[in-house]
Ligand binder design. Structure first.
Ligand code: PRX
Length: 653
C-alpha cells in the first residue's frame, strides 16, 4: 500500500447511455439477458460449459479444487494441449482460413493460414526438442511483433514447456533477471526489431543478458532486419535454419490442466517483478470464452488487438484466445505513427477489420492527431471496439465510438489484469447498455465487490477496494517461486477475498467504475511499473543518495513518471546528470520506465518515522494546493521542492 489511505475519486459520469445497436443485439453470441443470473446460480456448471468448448485429451474429474485455498486448482485430472486447441482442431474444417494477416512496419505483408501456422509450430517445436527442451522445460522469448513470436509460444505449448515472454522494450538487465528467475535454458530472440522507423538491437541486449545468465545454453535468433549482430558459435542458432531442418511431424503432448503454460513478469509494490503463473486448462477456458463473448466473435469477423504480445493482453487476446476460437486476426509489427499517423486506419481499411481492441493511451493519442486521419479512411467494417489497460476517460470513449466506430460500434471497456488471465469486468455488447467510462459489470461467472477498509461492502456510489470473492479458472495460481508473496499480496488484506489493487465504485444500476490503482503501482501508457522499481534504478546510480517516484496524471499516457532525487554530497546536479539518470533507468528497466521529469532536491519529504510522503510529491507534481505538512519531519523541504518543480520541469520529453 501507499502512504495512508487510498485516494479514491469518482470519475465524472457524463450521463450518456448507449443501448446495444439492434443489429448486434439480434445476432449476438450472448443474447440471453439471464446469462449473469444463470452463471451466478451455478458457477461451476457455467465454467464446465465454457471448458467444454475446448478439446480435452481426457476430461477432468474435479472442476474446482479449493482444498488448499488460496491455491486453487481447476479441471484437475483433465489433460489437454494448448497448441492442439489453437491449431490442430481447426485443420479439418478451416485449415485454409487465415490465422494472421501479418503486416511488418516497413510495409511487408504475410498471410498465415491455420495449416501453415500448424506446420511452422510443429517444426519449431521439434527444433526446441533438439535443444533439450521437453515437458516442463523453460523457454524465454524476447522478440518484437513478428510471426515467429506466437510460433515460439505455441511450439513451447505443443511440447509441454513453459514460456516467459519478455517485452522487447525491456533492457538487458530486466531480461537477464527474468531468465534467471524463470530458470530458462533457451532464449528465442531476433536480430533487431523495427520500431517507428528505427531498429532496436534485441540480439545485442540478449547477448548482454546471456552473459549474466549462464543457465541459458542456447539462443535462437530470428532474422528480421538482417542487421549485423554478434554471434557465439555453439550457443547461437538461426530460427529459420532450425525450423527447416526439423521434422515436420510433432505430436502434441497431452498436458495436465494445471501444468504451467507461462509465467509473465509484472510490477508489484516492491522492486522485484512478480512472475505471474498461468496454467493450461483454466487459462485457455477464460481466454477463449471471454474472447468469444465480449467481442461477439462471428465467423466473418476480422479481429485486431493492437497490443504487444510482450504484455498479457497480447498473450490472451492476440495468441491464445483468438486462435482457440479459430479467428482471423491482424497482427501488426510497428508503431502507430509510422510512416504516417494514419497507419492504423490504413490497416483497418485494408483488411476490413471488424473488431478493434486497443488502449486508452493510444486512443487519446489518435484524438490528439485529429479526426481528419480516421475520416480519410473507410472504417465502415468496424463493428465492435475494445479498450483495455487503464480507466478510459469519457471524452476518449465518446471519441472512439464516434470517430472510429462511426457513432455505432459499442465500446467494450474491459477491466482485467495480468493476474486474472482474462477479462473480468466488461460489457457484453449484445446486452449491456453502455456508459462512457464504466466497464459495466462482472462477466458471467465472475463475482466482484467493492469493500471498505473493514472488508464490508461500501454503499453504492462510494469508492472502495475492488475484490473478487469467488475463484475463476484463468486466475493466477501463484507467483513463481514465492507462494508466500502470492498469499501476502492478494489474499491477506481481506481474508478470502482476492485484492485486485484497484479502487472502484458501483453505481445505482450495478455498473462498475474503475478508479485506478490504490497501491504504489503506476500505469504509464497502460504499462505497469512500480514506483519502487524506478526508485531502485535511480538509487543504483552512483550520484544518487535517495529517490522517490510518483505517477502524476498525464493527458495522454494516463500517468507519467515524476522522480524526485537527492544527490550524494559533493555531486553537482546539472542537465547532463539528469539526462544520465534517465538513461540509467532505461538501461536498468527499459525506455518505458524513463522518468518524464526529474526534480533535484536537497531532501525528500518524510514522516517522523522516516517514510517518504509520496502523496505529497504527487500533489506537488500535479500542482495541487498542499494540505497540512506539519506532520513532516522536515517541513521546510516541501516549499523548496514545490518551487523547483514549478520552475524546472527537468527532462520533460
Ligand atoms: O489498474 C488496472 C488497469 O491495469 C491494471 C492491470 O495491469 P496489467 O496487469 O499490466 O494488465 C493490463 C491489461 C489487462 C489493473 O489493475 N486496468 C486494466 N484494464 C483496465 C484498467 N483500469 C481501468 N479500466 C480498465 N479497463
Amino acid at each position: 500500500m501507499g502512504d495512508g489511505s487510498p485516494a479514491i475519486d469518482a470519475l465524472q459520469h457524463t450521463g450518456a447511455t448507449y443501448p446495444p445497436p439492434a443489429a448486434i443485439a439480434a445476432g449476438a453470441v450472448v443474447r440471453d439477458p439471464g446469462v449473469w443470473e444463470r452463471a451466478a446460480a451455478d458457477p461451476i456448471a457455467w465454467w464446465e460449459e465454457q471448458a467444454g468448448h475446448l478439446e480435452w485429451s481426457s476430461r477432468w474429474t474435479r472442476t474446482l479444487d479449493d482444498d488448499d485455498a488460496p491455491f486453487f486448482r481447476w479441471f484437475t485430472g483433465g489433460t489437454l494441449n494448448i497448441a492442439t486447441n489453437c491449431l490442430d482442431r481447426h485443420l479439418a474444417e478451416r485449415g485454409e482460413r487465415v490465422a494472421f494477416h501479418w503486416e511488418g512496419e516497413p510495409g511487408d505483408r504475410v498471410t498465415i493460414t491455420y495449416r501453415e501456422l500448424h506446420a511452422r509450430v510443429s517444426r519449431f517445436a521439434n527444433a526446441l526438442r533438439g535443444l533439450g527442451v521437453g515437458r516442463g522445460g523453460r523457454v524465454a522469448i524476447y522478440m518484437g511483433m513478428v510471426p515467429e513470436l506466437p510460433i515460439a509460444m505455441l511450439a513451447c505449448a505443443r511440447i509441454g514447456a513453459a514460456h516467459t515472454v519478455v517485452f522487447g522494450g525491456f533492457s538487458a538487465q530486466a531480461l537477464c533477471d527474468r531468465m534467471i528467475d524463470f530458470g530458462a535454458t533457451v532464449l528465442v530472440t531476433q536480430d533487431e526489431a523495427w520500431r517507428a522507423g528505427k531498429t532496436i538491437a534485441l540480439k545485442a541486449s540478449a547477448d548482454q543478458a546471456l552473459a549474466g545468465a549462464p543457465g541459458v545454453a542456447h539462443a535462437v535468433v530470428c532474422r528480421r532486419t538482417g542487421g549485423d549482430i554478434n554471434w557465439v558459435e555453439g550457443r547461437d542458432a538461426w530460427f529459420h535454419d532450425l525450423e527447416q531442418a526439423a521434422d515436420p511431424d510433432c505430436p502434441a503432448e497431452p498436458m495436465d490442466a494445471e501444468q504451467m503454460l507461462f509465467a509473465l513478469y509484472t510490477s508489484g509494490t516492491t522492486g522485484k517483478p512478480k512472475g505471474i503463473v498461468h496454467t493450461t486448462g483454466g487459462y485457455l477456458t477464460g481466454a477463449a470464452s471471454t474472447h468469444r463473448m465480449v467481442f461477439d466473435l462471428h465467423d466473418d469477423d476480422i479481429y485486431w488487438c493492437a497490443a504487444d504480445i510482450g504484455w498479457v493482453t497480447g498473450h490472451s487476446y492476440i495468441v491464445y484466445g483468438p486462435l482457440a476460437n479459430g479467428a482471423t486476426s491482424v497482427m501488426y509489427e510497428g508503431g502507430p505513427g509510422f510512416p504516417a499517423q494514419d497507419r492504423l486506419w490504413q490497416i483497418v481499411e485494408r483488411y476490413r477489420v471488424s473488431i478493434l481492441y486497443t488502449a486508452p493511451t493510444a486512443i487519446r493519442t489518435f484524438m490528439k492527431w485529429g479526426d481528419a486521419l480516421p475520416a480519410g479512411h473507410d472504417l465502415s467494417s468496424i463493428r465492435i471496439l475494445g479498450s483495455v489497460g487503464e480507466p478510459i476517460n469519457p471524452e476518449a470513449w465518446e471519441w472512439y465510438r464516434q470517430s472510429i466506430g462511426g457513432g455505432q460500434a459499442p465500446v467494450v471497456d474491459t477491466w482485467w489484469q495480468t493476474e486474472t488471465g482474462s477479462m473480468m469486468i466488461s460489457p457484453l455488447p449484445g446486452l449491456n447498455t453502455l456508459k462512457p467510462g464504466s466497464a459495466s459489470r462482472p462477466l458471467p461467472g465472475i463475482s466482484a465487490r467493492v469493500v471498505g477498509e473493514d472488508g464490508q461492502d461500501v454503499p453504492d456510489g462510494q469508492g472502495g477496494y475492488l475484490v473478487i470473492d469467488r475463484p475463476w479458472p484463468s486466475m493466477l495460481r501463484t507467483l513463481l517461486g514465492d507462494d508466500q508473496r502470492y498469499v501476502d499480496t492478494y489474499w491477506s488484506r481481506f481474508p478470502g477475498l482476492y485484492l485486485a489493487g484497484d479502487g472502484c465504485r458501483i453505481d445505482d444500476d450495478g455498473d462498475f467504475w474503475l478508479l485506478g490503482r490504490i497501491d504504489d503501482v503506476m500505469n504509464v501508457s497502460g504499462h505497469r511499473l512500480s514506483t519502487i522499481e524506478v526508485e531502485s534504478a535511480l538509487v543504483d546510480h552512483p550520484a544518487v543518495a535517495e529517490a522517490a517516484v510518483v505517477g502524476r496524471a498525464d493527458p495522454i499516457t494516463g500517468e507519467a513518471i515524476a522522480a524526485f532525487v537527492t544527490l550524494r554530497d559533493g555531486v553537482h546536479g546539472d542537465e547532463a546528470l539528469i539526462a544520465a539518470l534517465r538513461e540509467h533507468v532505461a538501461q536498468q528497466i527499459g525506455p518505458i520506465a524513463k522518468p518524464a521529469s526529474i526534480v533535484l532536491t536537497p531532501d525528500l519529504p518524510k514522516t517522523r518515522s522516516g517514510k517518504i510522503m509520496r502523496r505529497l510529491l504527487r500533489d506537488v507534481s500535479e500542482h495541487r494546493q498542499l494540505g497540512d505538512v506539519t506532520t513532516l519531519a522536515n517541513e521546510e523541504v516541501v516549499g523548496e521542492i514545490a518551487a523547483q518543480a514549478a520552475t524546472n520541469p527537468h527532462g520533460e520529453d
